[in-house]
Design a protein around this ligand. Structure first.
Ligand SMILES: C[S@@+](CC[C@H](N)C(=O)[O-])C[C@H]1O[C@@H](n2cnc3c(N)ncnc32)[C@H](O)[C@@H]1O
Length: 280
């Protein structure tokens, strides 16, 4: 893969579980790429948390992307007090833990049981409690219109098929609800050679038709052309409020990427946050 990188909602559905071990059964009905990504994340989770956990924790949990730009600067989620929030691909749930401390009601979902075991550990350490859901963002075992915010920071939306995940997010939102997600940009994707960790200065892939990328023999990632994203959002009743293109501050550092990644991101948009509003 790219090395860049309480209270339950009104009705908790069947299929919600809080795995007690590190080897929970595979969630039912996974797509082939979700099965591959689950195996990869279970394999790499400990190393990921070892490498990036401190950065994610030191930023206080409420910070976006590879350079952990504070939510207080970007203002994507806004005031979360009392809101029902679903995190898609929560990892060790640093975001959801921070949101719970701010008075929100998070539910944190991930495909990897090992990532969820890290989440459970950090929740105990932080003294907060909320539901963990072991499922794929492509098929979420939760009822329609149960959340005010669905979001993730380089979470499931990077690794799941947008044609499955975007309709799921829209289904789960209440009218007026917010869907926000970060990840790399189409431009970055186009400049990233397979099996390279940093994008170069030339377009490597075709723009038209881009969809599924097999990063190495394990991780599968997804990206669409801008027009496809926009049509997909609109088909699912999601109005675009913003596309926040993150430029790292000149003194930024990151455990996710090397100097070359930083230099690239100072010149071109490396990561961004879509901010979408459910109509109705
Ligand atoms: C790069 S991590 C990001 C997590 C967290 N925001 C962080 O910064 O550490 C991506 C997460 O997405 C999860 N994931 C990948 N595909 C998923 C899917 N289809 N459904 C739910 N979670 C998924 C992975 O297990 C992993 O925990």
């Amino acid at each position: 893969m790219t090395e860049e990188r309480l209270r339950p909602p009104a009705a908790a559905a069947p299929g919600v579980d809080l795995p007690t071990g590190r080897s929970a059964a595979e969630p039912p009905g996974l797509t082939a790429h979700a099965r591959a990504n689950r195996a990869a994340w279970n394999r790499d989770s400990d190393e990921y948390q070892e490498r990036h956990g401190d950065q994610l924790r030191d930023s206080g949990g409420l910070a976006w992307g590879v350079w952990q730009v504070p939510e207080s600067e970007l203002g994507v989620l806004g005031d979360v007090t009392g809101l029902d929030i679903l995190e898609l691909g929560c990892g060790a749930a640093q975001w959801s833990i921070a949101l719970a401390k701010r008075g929100a009601n998070p539910v944190a979902l991930d495909l990897s049981d090992v990532q969820l075991s890290h989440a459970r550990h950090l929740m105990v350490e932080a003294g907060v409690s909320f539901p963990l859901v072991h499922a794929s963002a492509e098929s979420i075992p939760l009822p329609d219109a149960s959340f005010d915010i669905v979001f993730c920071d380089w979470g499931a939306t990077t690794f799941s098929d947008p044609y499955l995940t975007v309709p799921e997010a829209a289904r789960l939102l209440r009218p007026g609800g917010l869907f926000a997600f970060s990840g790399y940009t189409p431009l970055y994707r186009l400049c990233l050679e397979l099996d390279q960790e940093i994008a170069g200065e030339r377009l490597v892939h075709d723009y038209f038709g881009m969809h599924r990328f097999v990063e190495d023999e394990y991780y599968v990632e997804f990206m669409l052309p801008y027009g496809e994203w926009i049509r997909l959002f609109r088909r699912n009743g999601l109005a675009i409020e913003d596309l926040v293109e993150i430029r790292p501050p000149a003194d930024a550092s990151s455990t996710y990427t090397m100097d070359a990644g930083f230099e690239w991101a100072r010149r071109w948009p490396y990561e961004h946050v879509w901010k979408l509003r459910k109509e109705g």
